[in-house]
Design a protein around this ligand. Structure first.
Ligand code: AMP
Ligand code: MN
Ligand code: MN
Length: 325
């Protein structure tokens, strides 16, 4: 089966998830992927608030990155836990692999809600629909099915996930349905301009770092591939290096962009593509995963030079497959 195909039983499955969550009396843990992005934080905070509104014993285990910390109140997210209590339910959101779930062990009754085609469909219940723009879009449907009354507090994180995963409605995943859902969420009192401003705010050091990153820009395969990396000496500020790949992907003539950053465990690569080239194929060759136009991988145990070599090889293969070379 094509992992990127839409989930044919989307509504049946989501309805079952809603019924299960409504019936649960024990603790419901909500967790998301490592290096959480706007969709990870937005979908999980939105579901957390909806379950709290239902009177559930919900716990959201997360560490929001600096640029998203304005969304939750501090008491809403909790520290990592080593063990879930007996009878616990775990909802994993936006997590392409069980190993990407951070802060909790993947145990208890596991519900997996995600939109990554490479998701192995783990969990006791899973709703994985790669045709959805964001996991937050799926959480929007789930909250409707739960029958929770919409408020600006619930709609704001949910819209955040949709905004960030669609690049503020610029990417190909911006369907008419996405815009209808966004319009509905705005109607619940989300302050859009304030929200999009806050999502773009970065500390002054980030803009200096951007200069350093841009000085590493390089072009390969006649400009089809553009790369950049986080200079080693700038590593401690990487927390705010979330969207450099989104910046370099606009080099005219490029169809793939890759941003590399060295970490303790290896080199994390972020890949974006267009024009019939699959970032997902490239990521899979590197042991990672993701969506067709946006994917990633962590090259364990490698230094930057070795990672560049592997990336160039994987991109060469994909450019060849897509007929560019
Ligand atoms: P990033 O470059 O980190 O923004 O990731 C782009 C997309 O690929 C996101 O949807 C990630 O969740 C996904 N992704 C990144 N790294 C991995 C990985 N190692 N395995 C599976 N999916 C990943
Ligand atoms: Mn994500
Ligand atoms: Mn997502």
């Amino acid at each position: 089966m094509d992992g990127n195909a839409p989930e044919p039983q989307y509504w049946e499955k989501m309805r079952l998830v809603a019924e299960v969550l409504k019936a649960v009396e024990g603790p419901i843990y909500i967790a998301t992927h490592v290096d959480p992005d706007g969709d990870a934080i937005g979908s999980s905070l939105g579901l957390y608030r909806a379950l709290k509104a239902l009177g559930k014993d919900a716990r959201w285990v997360a560490e929001p990155p600096r640029f998203l910390r304005f969304l939750p109140k501090e008491e809403e997210y909790s520290d990592p836990v080593e063990k879930l209590p007996p009878g616990a339910t775990l909802v994993a959101l936006d997590s392409a692999e069980p190993s990407r779930v951070v802060g909790v062990p993947v145990e208890g009754f596991v519900i997996n809600i995600d939109h990554h085609g490479t998701n192995p469909r783990f969990g006791h219940l899973h709703v994985v629909d790669p045709s959805k723009a964001a996991t937050a879009q799926m959480v929007k449907d789930l909250i409707d099915l739960l029958g929770v009354e919409w408020t600006a507090e619930i709609a704001t994180p949910v819209l955040t996930g949709i905004l960030t995963d669609t690049g503020n409605f610029r990417f190909a995943n911006t369907t008419p349905e996405v815009l209808r859902v966004a319009a509905e969420l705005l109607g619940y009192g989300v302050k859009l301009a304030e929200l999009t401003d806050r999502l773009q705010f970065r500390p002054p050091s980030y803009f200096r770092l951007m200069g350093q990153v841009l000085s590493t820009v390089a072009f390969h395969f006649g400009g089809l591939l553009v790369t950049a990396h986080l200079p080693e000496e700038a590593r401690r500020e990487e927390e705010d290096s979330d969207d450099f790949v989104g910046l370099i992907r606009y080099v005219e003539g490029s169809v793939v962009s890759v941003f590399l950053r060295k970490r303790e465990e290896g080199v994390k690569v972020s890949i974006r593509s267009r024009g019939g080239v699959s970032a997902q194929n490239i990521a899979l060759k590197l042991g990672g995963g993701g969506h067709v136009p946006a994917a990633g991988a962590t090259l364990k145990g490698l230094d930057l030079d070795q990672a560049y070599e592997k990336v160039l090889e994987a991109v060469r293969e994909e450019l060849t497959r897509a007929g560019y070379l």
